[in-house]
Design a protein around this ligand. Sequence first.
Ligand code: KMH
Ligand code: ZN
Length: 283
Amino acid sequence: MAPAPAPPPARTLITVAPTGAESTKADVPHLPTTLDELVATAAACEAAGAAMIHVHIRAADHRPTLAPARLSETVEALRQHTNLVIQLSSGGAVTDPYERRLHVLDAEPDACSLTMGTVNFGDGVFMNSWPFIVELYQLTQQREVVPEFELFDLGHIAALGRLLDVYGLPYGGAVHADLVMGVPGGMPGDTATLVAAVAALPPAVTSWSATGVGRTTLPVALAALSAGGHLRVGMEDTLTFAKGQPVRDNAQLVERAAQLGTLVGRPPMTTDEARALLNVKGR
Ligand code: KMH
Ligand code: ZN
């Protein structure tokens, strides 16, 4: 007899991804690109129900950067003004070299993203070779930073199984994965794909969330909730709230995620509950 499926979590972890590396300030003036804007967004999203923030930073000219001093300053400011779990993007922009992406950990975040394979990314290619994945993973273990495994495609899920088999569990022992669906070049953002992806997750995975890019945001959120998953939302992933209606701000997307979670009986998790779920280091 097949084992009984695990019960869904009692509460929903909401991660906000407020900025990303792809939209320009000129195209999206309300995208939080300065440190003040990012901190204000983070605080508003925490008040609306977010417990973790996935952070991409921008330079003074609003372009994506991985400048070490700016990353450290950002982590410090977010720690000072919020209790959110701080997850720095190690993915950066498709143009960022591996070396700079590894140095993201120098800023001592609670967590970092770790993408489990290369994927076509619109017109670009988001490079994540196996040696780079292993190097970054071992660095997270040494620096005691909790990775969130980003899965853009079904093959990335198999790679996650291989990574855990060969290199063991992450720092803290919890394994959190995030399905990033609907990227042009990655897996589609629909229910059938989400169900297949969840079924393929390695048994060591202790929690998972999903996000759907662009118009797949709502279908993926609803499918994730119905399958017992957590949610990532934010202006990194979608700039449209509803057909013909641009997103007001990140808090609007978090508020909707919190409402959906509450509707299915799994209201938003607190930041302390998220710290316990992910077993991040007390910093
Ligand atoms: N900006 C994408 C190329 C991550 O943050 O780790 C990569 C990305 C994934 O957003
Ligand atoms: Zn990202």
